[in-house]
Design a protein around this ligand. Structure first.
Ligand SMILES: [Zn+2]
Ligand SMILES: [Zn+2]
Length: 211
C-alpha cells in the first residue's frame, strides 16, 4: 500500500483526516482545497486534462476502491483466474481431441458400411441372376410337363372306342390306305406289303430264265 496524500500540496490524509481527498480520472490524488482552486478552471492542476474526480471514502465504487487495495490480492485472483481459464482451455482442447477421434472412428465405420453395401449390392445382382435362371428352369419344366400331359391325353383319345369308330368310318368313306393310320405298326405292315409285291413281280420275271 501507499500513503494517501495530495499530489499537488503533498498533505497526508492520515495527518489531516478532516480534509477530503479525491481521485481524478487521470489518476491523480488531489485534496479538497487544491481541487476547490482547480474546479474553477475545470482542469487537473497536475496534468491539465479535463477534470473529473470522485471523493475517496468507503462509498467509492469497486472499480475506484481497487486502486487502494493490496495488489497481492489481485495477484492471487489473477493466478486463480489464470488457472481456471487454462483448465477450461485444456478441457476444451480435450473435447476437440475426443471429437476428432470420434470423427475418425465414424469415418472408418462409414468406410466399412460402404464396403458392406457394395458387397450386398453385388450379392443382390447375383441373386437376381440366380432367380432369373431358376424361373427359366421352372418355365422349361412346366412347359415340358404340359407337353407330356397333352401327348398323353391325345394318346388316350386315339384309344377310345369313339375315336376308333370315327376312324373306321372315315376309312370306309374316304377310301384311305391303312398306312394313313397314325400308327407305326400299320405303316410298317404297309411297307412290307409293298416289298413282297416287288419280290413277287421280280420272281415272275425270272421264271423262264436259263443260262
Ligand atoms: Zn493539495
Ligand atoms: Zn491529472
Amino acid at each position: 500500500m501507499f500513503r494517501v496524500h495530495c499530489n499537488k500540496c503533498f498533505r497526508h490524509r492520515k495527518t489531516d483526516p478532516a480534509v477530503p481527498f479525491h481521485l481524478t480520472q487521470c489518476r491523480h490524488v488531489i485534496c479538497g482545497p487544491c481541487l476547490g482552486q482547480s474546479s474553477l478552471e475545470k482542469n487537473c492542476p497536475l496534468c491539465g486534462q479535463v477534470l473529473k474526480a470522485i471523493q475517496i471514502n468507503r462509498d467509492m465504487p469497486t472499480s475506484v476502491a481497487n486502486y487502494f487495495a493490496d495488489p497481492l490480492r489481485f495477484q492471487q485472483i489473477y493466478r486463480k483466474i489464470s488457472k481456471f481459464q487454462a483448465d477450461q482451455r485444456a478441457s476444451d482442447n480435450l473435447g476437440f481431441y475426443r471429437q476428432l477421434q470420434q470423427l475418425e472412428q465414424n469415418k472408418r465405420q462409414l468406410e466399412g458400411f460402404c464396403k458392406m453395401e457394395a458387397q450386398l449390392n453385388q450379392k443382390v445382382v447375383e441373386e437376381k441372376k440366380r432367380i432369373a435362371e431358376l424361373r427359366t428352369y421352372i418355365a422349361y419344366h412346366e412347359n415340358a410337363q404340359r407337353m407330356t400331359r397333352r401327348r398323353h391325353s391325345a394318346g388316350e383319345r386315339f384309344h377310345t372306342p369313339e375315336f376308333k369308330e370315327a376312324w373306321n368310318t372315315s376309312i370306309s368313306t374316304s377310301d384311305k390306305s391303312p398306312s394313313d393310320m397314325p400308327s407305326d405298326s400299320s405303316r410298317r405292315s404297309a411297307d412290307l406289303d409293298t416289298q413282297s409285291t416287288r419280290r413277287r413281280s421280280f420272281g415272275s420275271d425270272t421264271k423262264g430264265f436259263r443260262l
